[in-house]
Ligand binder design. Structure first.
Ligand SMILES: C[S@@+](CC[C@H](N)C(=O)[O-])C[C@H]1O[C@@H](n2cnc3c(N)ncnc32)[C@H](O)[C@@H]1O
Length: 452
């Protein structure tokens, strides 16, 4: 291995591999890369690193070997309904919008780019059938899952999973979507029929591509894929997705994945626990959630101070713009939970009466998986301001995550009731682009599900 790393062709090979897969991730992981390359050289009996380099960089002859490398180098961690908050947003914001837009053409096209073994596109198929069967009756629905790793795609096509892939699917729901088998769970055929898989390399294959059926999408979801890419490539990929979307279509990246600057061509919509992006379009239905948002660097998630409780005191003299709370909001926006908590600890003494402070702290705690602490912070926020609809909502999300569905239902009912007292088109101060109308709808859906 050490030999391989000191071979003059290793550096060239490394550059070629990073270019072919986009996996900048390996730029500082020579050991791991050399191990994989060493294994491959042995497997195909290449004479040396130079011979292997020649093969891998041959446009035609090297294709199969590049696939083998991609199969070895990529990381396929995925599971059903990963990041619930995003699926909540798809259900409550994205799909109602797309269905309203497409009601004449009765067509829905979704691309799950970097789908790994298929849990992501199948989760969407489950949601469509479970929640939108009536609205989509007679529609042409197609969900395309693509990945660079053909082994993952073969697993996706078999649609058979172990418990680990179902870890966010409540036990009671599993039999609704899967047949239990001796050695795993087989997805029921009705959730497979709208989903297809094909190989596609985001770093090299063109898109949009009519030939590959990668164009005219209503939704593109691409999560935990570009985190391994160099920033330049991430920008190109996001631009490509923009081209692949119809006007008004939605791009759903992973949580706090790429800087908001890269999404300038999109409208930013914040929903509880997720940031999603919409390609601007002419014919936006006048839904209450569709709020124009300033350019991302002008204002971002949670970068404003006021919640309903603080607004009351604001009249009593507290400044509206509070740099520290805004900074805390920005850290949370970027997913820097640990830093956010350190920062919160430093300013806590001066904010013990501010519900907005406790909501932010709860989000950072939740981000780090400290659910009990997050709950405590949310309860403090609610104690300070009983009318804090968002805190009730997040408390529901926390309790749901812990499996306490009756307490979650109470929290969602409180959120719906408190938010319902506000004007439907009024913006929720903490979350850019979210209105009280949408929050009521989201809380009510959650309430229904918690009571099921
Ligand atoms: C961590 S998984 C994410 C799976 C799923 N999107 C999720 O969030 O659950 C990352 C996937 O990206 C794929 N990938 C990596 N580089 C890629 C590329 N250049 N083109 C397409 N897919 C790629 C990997 O093969 C892997 O399946």
């Amino acid at each position: 291995m050490t030999n391989l790393m000191s071979d003059p062709f290793f550096r060239l090979l490394k550059g070629a591999v990073i270019k072919a897969t986009g996996m900048q991730f390996f730029a500082d992981k020579d050991d791991e890369l050399a191990e994989v390359i060493g294994r491959r050289i042995e497997a195909i009996g290449a004479a040396d690193c130079a011979a292997y380099y020649q093969l891998v960089t041959d446009p035609q002859e090297g294709r199969a070997e590049r696939d083998e490398l991609a199969n070895e180098l990529t990381i396929g961690e995925t599971y059903f309904f990963r990041h619930r908050e995003l699926f909540d947003a798809i259900r409550d914001v994205v799909l109602p919008d797309v269905i309203a837009r497409n009601r004449d053409k009765r067509r829905l096209r979704v691309w799950s780019a970097g789908c790994a073994t298929g849990a992501e596109p199948y989760s969407l198929a489950i949601m469509l059938r479970r929640e939108f069967a009536a609205a989509l009756e007679g529609w042409r629905v197609h969900i395309i899952g693509t990945d660079i790793n053909k082994k993952f795609l073969a697993i996706a096509s078999r649609a058979k999973y172990g418990d680990w892939a179902l870890r966010a699917t409540p036990e009671g729901e599993r039999p609704l979507y899967f047949h239990a088998e001796k050695d795993g769970w087989s997805l029921r055929p009705e959730f497979r029929e709208t989903v297809s898989f094909q190989a596609h390399n985001l770093a090299e294959d063109p898109f949009p591509s009519v030939a590959d059926d990668l164009y005219d999408f209503d939704i593109v979801i691409c999560r935990n894929v570009t985190i391994y890419f160099a920033e330049g490539l991430v920008g190109e990929v996001i631009a490509g997705f923009h081209e692949c979307l119809v006007e008004g279509g939605w791009l759903l990246p992973g949580h706090a994945e790429a800087g908001v600057d890269l999404f300038r061509a999109f409208r930013t919509v914040n929903v509880p626990g997720a940031v999603i992006y919409q390609k601007p379009g002419e014919d936006r239905p006048s839904e209450d959630w569709a709020t124009d948002i300033p350019a991302p660097d002008e204002e971002s998630f949670l970068d404003r101070d006021a919640d309903s409780g603080d607004q009351g005191r604001e009249a009593g003299g507290l400044p509206l713009e509070d740099a520290e709370l805004a900074a805390l909001g920005k850290l949370i926006d970027r997913g820097e939970w640990r830093l956010a908590l350190d920062f919160a600890a430093g300013i806590e003494a001066r904010y013990s009466h501010r519900s907005a402070f406790f909501l932010r702290r709860a989000l950072a705690e939740q981000g780090l998986g400290r659910v009990a602490e997050a709950q405590e912070s949310l309860r403090k926020a609610i104690f300070i301001d009983r009318q804090y609809a968002l805190a009730h909502y997040y408390l529901g999300v926390c309790l749901r995550g812990q499996g306490d569905l009756s307490a979650a239902a109470r929290a969602f009912a409180n959120a719906a009731s408190v938010a319902g007292r506000r004007r439907a088109d009024e913006g929720v101060s903490d979350v850019e682009g979210l209105t009280f109308g949408t929050l009521v709808r989201m809380a009510e859906t959650q309430l229904r599900m918690a009571r099921q």
